[in-house]
Design a protein around this ligand. Sequence first.
Ligand code: M6R
Length: 613
Amino acid sequence: MCGIVAYIGGQNATPIIVNGLKKLEYRGYDSAGVAVLQNGKIEVRRDAGKIARLEALIAEQPLSGSIGIGHTRWATHGAPNQQNAHPHLSSNGEIVIVHNGIVENYLSLRDELLAEGAVFHSETDTETIVFLIERYFAVTQDLAKAVQLTMKRVKGAHGIVVMSAKEPDKLLAARLGNAGGVAIGRGNGEMFIASDLPAIVEHTREITFLENGQMAVVTRQGVSIQTLDGQKVPAQIQHIPWDPVSAEKGNYRHFMQKEIHEQVRSLSDTMIGRIDFDDYRITLPDLRLDAAGARGIKRIFITACGTALHAGLVGKIIIEHLTRIPVEVMVASEFRYIDPIVDSDTVVLAISQSGETADTLAAMEEGRRKGAKLWSIVNAIGSQAMRSADGAIAMQVGPEIGVASTKAFTAPLVDLYMLAVYLADLRGNINPAKRFELIRDLLMVPTLAGKTLEHEPEVEKAAAKYKDMRSVLYLGRGINMPIAYEGALKLKEISYIHAEGYPAGEMKHGPIALIDQDLPVVVIAPKDAWYEKMISQVEQAKARGGKVIAVATEGDALIPTLVDEVLWVPPVPWLLSPILTSIPLQLFAYHIATQLGLDVDQPRNLAKSVTVE
Ligand code: M6R
């Protein structure tokens, strides 16, 4: 949720940290701050609001030094104001910390520290950590030991970076649990630390990721890793292949708009290296699966949150249709609390853009505990969900910055389709002719996504007509039922208009009571097996005076005669249709929010990577 950036080297740390924070502003954006060691003293600049406010503050009160730490905050304890903004100093001003996570036992720690005479200056839980480090440093005179002793006292999941005027040639970073990543990048005589790669990939692609329970001592010369018990661990370096330009907005007004348009490319990028064109086969080597392993799978549990969960709901239908393996889809935040039936013949498949969502990681841990095989479909390379799985499918779509997920929704739909074809092939559920047909259909999808995007001007006009609505009902059926959920989620998260997604057949069991001229209904009604049933829903809504917006297949002559607005998609085989039907709904939400003048990329109360439970 919060973003962390730190630097140690030969340059001025302040602009490097501030630029890195700008790349992480999508993670949390209610306040931000930087601390730099300037002439042997720790200087802090921090303020409520976005990074621009922090920059203005630094312009008034410049900061310069070759070692520093920075933070962009998503508030958990205490309002988003200047006092609660990170970094937080120790009482003597000699140690400073930035923190991502929640100190679950902070009330008791605070009482303990208050009893010792500590004076708290914020309402955050983070101050308890820096005060504990200060206390243990006073005894040990060793920053690394003080951090280790402190991490043993705090409950919950945390990523921290610590700097001290007493040990001015190093930064300490530690990770406990799943509060987001800690990535350490190597430069030439300089080192970078960040919670997320976009903050540092322009400087370095040689990255070491901290694992749960590890601490890093980072100097200008490099990094040494040890466990929180002091055991040395070799630092594994990974090369990150990202193009930093893909984290820039280019000519688009917003990252969300750019990422919607990027889908033509991202849908083919996610296929790269996975289709063997010699014999039209899907290959997913990173799953480390053979025919016997595929035949041994008795059940798949897909677990995820938000948009990723909706992708999973579509995936269930594709996988069950092609492989006949039973698939259950479970909200990750519930998975570990309901004792799901999971054993060694079960695959737990996590889907996550960030690969750091705390609930999803906890569901994976629960799957591991019960003996399941773990797979993940993840975008963020090197993230925890990718590292801790037995097999993974990388989305390969580059960083997604807009908080509302778009290209990281359609890419896993392709990945799930490829997974289904792959499993069906290994298990003997499909013959070569069917395999050829399925792959040929898939290869058309990026072009069809491009054709769908050509309808953007009509979607923008429809958005202008409906932008003042207070509430909207989205209805879908069959494989497009999850697209009703997804369309409603996109609209509510960026426009703040209430929206609900419903299986169309459920409308008559309650929501129909809401329909009148003030409640528009969005129906997802492509030409598929459920088309006629969707037309009945349209008739029922119209009979009650409702305005209807339909997502429909080009060439459908009937639907424009029945509804108020049509958002067109080209014809596509049904298993792939959610990839296309979701696109006009992304555009519809985007244009409504922009026409309302809202901050599309950083909607209120949200964060890109939800690293708290
Ligand atoms: O990083 P993840 O894919 O695990 O994130 C899951 C959800 O938090 C995320 O999809 C959220 O629902 C988005 N804001 C949706 O646009």
